[in-house]
Ligand binder design. Sequence first.
Ligand SMILES: [Zn+2]
Length: 412
Amino acid sequence: MPEQKFLCRSCGREGLRPILSLGTMPLANSLLPDLQAASNEERFPLELVFCPACALVQITETIAPEKLFREYVYFSSFSDTMLRHARTLVEELIAARRLGAASLVVEIASNDGYLLQYYQQAGVPVLGIEPALNIARVAQEERGIPTLAEFFGLDLAERLRDEGRQADVIHAHNVLAHVADLNGFVEGIRTLLKADGVAVIEVPYVKEMIDHCEFDTIYHEHLCYFSLTALDRLFRRHDMFIRDVKRVPIHGGSLQIHAVRASSSEGVQSRVTDLLSEEADWGVGEFDFYRGFAQRVETLKAALVGHLKGLKQQGKRLAAYGASAKGCILLNYFGIGSDLLDFVVDRSIYKQGHYMPGVHLPIYSPEKLLTEMPDQVLLLVWNFADEVLAQQSEYLKRGGHFIIPIPEIKVV
Ligand SMILES: [Zn+2]
């Protein structure tokens, strides 16, 4: 692996150690419009490494953000779970920080306005920042959320600050892991924040990924995989500190941190010091914690492929649910294609009619489960299992089954 010269995205040091190699993978969100597009589909290395100096887990390949995020297919509002989570969080913050008509809430990677809409409904001014042009347009035109279709970084933060538009609250959910210039991004957050403001940041938690074998959350959009230990070191390097932390059951298990400027009068909550010392006990900051992950992924692969092949030999018909990025990684890395599955279904009308990257399975609407009645359906969006099973109660009632692949195979 070419890691010798790779420098840590957070602390800038050399000497990163390999955890898992997924070989080369297609871009997990680049659904193909037709099968002709398959002939010039690109693949890129996907290697997970650990920085012994600052504890950050990261991948070595950086794909240009223009290529990944200008036309993005993930619309947050399609998930009921995400909407409920957003609404509760907004209500808590409005009350706790006494937000009103004179406040400003900025969300970085604001998607279709799924979160900011709840502030706007409560009369709190908002600004969305969303580089995906198609999604920014939906936020602006259909939801009336003021949205800048730009990438966030120190330059944009300085421009907004100079225009007098500093924020009381900055939201950055599931975006920090996407950022190549991690230090510029955090410096930008500090710059855009009012002196007594708070940044609410959610990232998938690396501890959950390792414990639950969630290797399919590793894809090119996700450059970093955070622990509180690694986050704390990153924010302290930029004159900020993490004053509160919560573990939230989103995207297979995430950390929600509340970061403030070093000059803030707010103190560090015991939840932060407690989790930091728990992480020290678990050894999250040491390479040994990540040893053995690659072997567990191989064991899972053998079990799942064996299960599917066994069903196929009995003449069973199989499909998959969820044309997600994680689904793309799982199917491609495990080599599960049209020899085992007939098709993939997804609720998003933006994905239907397209093909899965790499394995080139067609994507249809979930109604196809009822018209075709496959015997078992591989649930690629296992993180939304409860929601999908409830929506697909009719398929289950008629005798269908779902295979939940992660953390271990379960047929329901
Ligand atoms: Zn580092």
